[in-house]
Design a protein. Structure first.
Lengths: 142, 509, 74
């Protein structure tokens, strides 16, 4: 059966491995860059529970179902859950982290556009999971 | 001529038989029943999502139960039993033994499936096929959830018993003249996937028991209110079910290794590299489970480790694709129905794999995680690759099982409709995910792009549904009334005899 | 395929307020780079497959018997 040479397969495997290394290195580098939380990021405490989101700003203001942020500021979300696992997601800003009971997960971002954005739950959490939504309002700095 | 195994017999003789082909037939019928039941649920889900708002399903709980049972049914009651069916039919023949190593154990393994099937369908649980704690512990309504847990428990035991049987049959019962390196690649695929199953499954079996005692309030392994850790459940779950993905896909690749050389009229390009890729995949498959959990707050280091683990599973899969292409190269390919399915499966295998690489690249996971991208990605695997391989192989063993030929024209229509439908549904779901639609939602806000894409997907799903109906009619009609197959060479391609069927009743020892 | 891409370490260390990394842009740029790679390879793979299917089909006028067919064994 071995009447053909095997070097095409080795070259092919080599190309595949090289591509994977490229993909892995790129992804690793970008992840390293975006995970670096700026030291002056404002902390927002996010609590998910069946089936709404609660936000608490650093100054103690609380918001339910909506979140007001300022453009070009950095925000660090500390996400917790009060019952089951939810997933805090602002898709337009690629912000995603699970809200896990008993843990505090963090994610940060800095909005660069003002306007209205959707906040949604990305992890199945029961009856009203499909409508566990909130609104993000990004205001221009006045 | 009619083979011994195809002579008409009363049904109880098949049901209470321990012969490997009879058990195979039972597995086959069960898996096809599950396919059509699970598929009906999929169509219902797609119809519901045709427009935002409630269409014909009145509440989200029903919807949640439907997608849970859809996933559970198609993974555990269609794909796995289908692989067992084929294995039961062919593994003893391929290793030239009179039966499976433990015929009675084989029957026991099969007969755990119907009760599990009943538990899952009568319970109709709602916590998705992952059953993530703590939702499954504290909030999921019983007794549906408990029935699902018990059903999966039975299926787990059944697949461990089946795996032991395959491993022993292949390693210990093969004919002394047949060295392991010469065992057909299909049998190698069963050997490696059974080994993965044997190593991976007990973890989930333990997790299920822990889940059950948690639900009963006896323990608090995964319940944070009692000091447990819900993430531990996800680790246990994915430690089983990421390798399980390979358990599902490896037999499908094995099917293609049988179909492609026969219809290309050439031997496999490299038997050795096929074996190497199977073994490699079954080892590195264990290094990637937590890539399902990037979003649970893993550290950068953990994510990096699991990204590397995931990427390292790619070369092994790529070697299979190379092997298929090199086998077809320079052949004289007869495009019968099984060959069309196999080639279609390879084409979609690449897209599924590429989507998987994107998911495992850490930052991109935060775009795709738990969105419709993921739904599209893994359906391309389970439908585009695994089910395509399985359908192709079902057509391929159809003459062996029934002694008759299926209708070739209907088989090709089934393939073409499924191929077009699969591309329409699952590629669009990738894009829908990039637009941010979360998976497992009953209703969605009326965003114009979401509506348009959902409607397109639903139309694609209907095309698959029509194709499957044709498939059902074809197999039912042909198994009773189809024209008799030429058992030496049903497709007139020449070459060796089709599956040495005469050996199936004659013991070698 | 050679891809040159600048590794920009200084970006990660910048902490001046008002000059934050644009998470969205970083991730989507990565996504488009990956998609470029994926679609290039995808077109090579599927192009090869389509050509194979077209060239080596039985009904192609250029199709000839494989050497294994003469032995009737493969």
């Amino acid at each position: 059966m071995s009447e053909h040479s095997s070097w095409p397969e080795w070259i092919y495997v080599g190309v595949v491995v090289a591509l994977l290394i490229y993909v892995g290195a790129e992804a690793w580098n970008i992840e390293r860059i975006i995970e670096h939380i700026p030291s002056d990021a404002e902390i927002i405490q996010v609590a998910g529970q069946q089936w709404f989101w609660t936000f608490e700003h650093e100054d103690g203001t609380k918001e339910i179902g909506e979140l007001h942020l300022k453009k070009d500021h950095a925000y660090k979300f500390e996400v917790v859950s009060k019952d089951v696992i939810h997933s805090f997601n602002i898709h337009d800003y690629v912000v995603l982290v699970d809200a896990v009971p008993g843990r505090v997960n963090t994610v940060w971002f800095s909005p660069d556009e003002s306007g209205e954005f959707d906040i949604q739950c990305r992890e199945y959490c029961g009856l009203i999971h499909y409508n566990m939504r909130a609104k993000l309002y990004v205001d221009d700095e006045s | 001529m009619t083979l011994e195994i195809q002579k008409p017999r009363p049904i109880w003789q098949i049901m209470f038989s321990t012969h490997h082909t009879d058990v195979g037939l039972l597995y086959l019928i069960t898996s096809l029943a599950a396919l059509f039941m699970g598929g009906t649920l999929a169509l219902a889900i797609r119809l519901e999502l045709f427009l935002p708002g409630s269409q014909f399903i009145s509440d989200s709980m029903t919807f949640n139960r439907m997608f849970t049972v859809h996933g559970t049914t198609l993974i555990f009651l269609f794909i796995l039993p289908f692989a067992s069916a084929v294995g039961n039919y062919l593994i003893p023949i391929m290793v030239r033994y009179k039966d499976m190593a433990y015929p009675k154990l084989n029957v026991i393994a099969y007969w755990m499936i119907p009760p599990a099937f009943a538990l899952i369908w009568l319970g109709f649980a709602d916590f998705t096929w992952n059953a993530y704690a703590p939702y499954s512990v504290t909030r999921a309504p019983g007794p549906a959830a408990d029935m699902w847990i018990l059903g999966l428990k039975l299926l787990g035991i059944s697949s461990i018993l089946g795996a032991i049987n395959f491993i022993v049959t292949i390693l210990k019962c093969k004919h002394p003249d047949l060295p392991l390196s010469k065992v057909p690649l299909l049998a190698w695929s069963y050997l490696t996937s059974s080994l993965i199953m044997l190593v991976a499954m007990p973890t989930f079996a333990a997790a299920l028991l822990m889940l059950l005692t948690d639900r009963l309030g006896l323990s608090g392994f995964f319940n944070p209110a009692m000091g447990g850790d819900p993430i531990a459940y996800q680790h246990l779950f994915w430690f089983t079910f990421h390798p399980e993905v390979y358990v599902l896909v490896i037999p499908a690749i094995g099917f293609m290794y049988d179909i492609i050389p026969r219809f290309s009229r050439k031997p496999i390009f490299s038997h050795v590299s096929g074996i190497a890729a199977f073994v490699l995949l079954s080892i590195v498959g264990f290094a990637s489970w937590a890539h399902h959990m990037y979003a649970t707050g893993m550290s950068f280091t953990e994510k990096t480790v699991f990204m590397i683990g995931t990427l390292s599973a790619v070369p092994a899969s790529a070697m299979h694709v190379f092997n298929f292409i090199a086998t077809m190269w320079g052949g004289r390919i007869k495009f019968t129905t099984p060959m069309m399915w196999a080639v279609g499966g390879i084409a979609l295998f690449f897209s599924a794999g590429a989507g998987g690489v994107v998911n495992s690249a850490m930052p991109l996971d935060f775009m795709t995680h738990d969105s419709y991208w993921v739904v599209g990605h893994f359906h391309l695997f389970v439908m585009g690759t695994i089910a395509f391989g399985s359908f192709g192989f079902l057509y391929y063993i159809f003459p062996f099982v029934t002694g008759r030929m299926y209708n070739e024209k209907l088989g090709k229509i089934h393939f073409i409709m499924s191929f077009i439908g699969t591309i329409m549904v699952f590629f669009t779901q990738h894009i829908l995910g990039l637009y941010g639609m979360p998976r497992r939602i009953f209703d969605y806000p009326p965003i114009p792009e979401w509506i348009a894409m959902n409607q397109f997907i639903t139309i694609g799903a209907m095309i698959i549904g029509i194709g499957m109906t044709i498939f059902l009619i074809n197999i039912i009609y042909s198994s009773g009334k189809g024209k008799e197959a030429n058992m030496d060479d049903p497709w007139a391609v020449g070459g060796e005899k089709y599956y040495y069927p005469y050996q199936s009743k004659t013991p070698h020892h | 395929m050679i891809m040159i891409y600048p590794i920009n370490f200084s970006l990660a260390l910048e902490d001046d307020p008002g000059k934050y990394i644009n998470r969205k842009a970083e991730v989507w740029n990565l996504f488009y780079r990956m998609m470029t790679v994926a679609f290039v390879i995808g077109s090579v793979v599927s192009g090869t497959l389509i050509w194979l299917v077209w060239r080596f089909r039985e009904s192609n006028p250029k199709a000839k018997k494989t050497k294994y067919e003469e032995q009737g064994k493969w």
